[in-house]
Design a protein around this ligand. Sequence first.
Ligand SMILES: [Zn+2]
Length: 135
Amino acid sequence: MSAYSAKKAWLYLYRSTRLRCPICGISPLFLPAHRIEGLEDWYTTLPGCPRCGYAYEREPGYFMLAIGLVNFGVVMIVGIGLVFLLDSLFELSTAQLIFFTLVPTWLISILSVRHAKAFFLAIDHFLDPAVGKRE
Ligand SMILES: [Zn+2]
């Protein structure tokens, strides 16, 4: 398999949709739902894969691009689409339109942050494979 094969890209993206390690596809990237105690547990990745030693966060601030591009991009597209959809379907005041757009997009932002990080990890590993083990 070549370094940039489509099969490998789909494999990494598939593993990211399951929130699994991009290398082995078995270990989770985040705490399981029953062990989450707060919002920080929800969006913080585990330090690395206990099975293959792959470090999930390569350096401090590693996931800033994931949040800035992937998560914000998804939220922005959904929010803009929602504004146009609500405005075309209902007679809403500006305040109502803002409220009915901000609340769902805020929820989508929190719910999609894990997948944004997982997609970013998969894309980054595909383009620049980390060969080193966890420190
Ligand atoms: Zn692994």
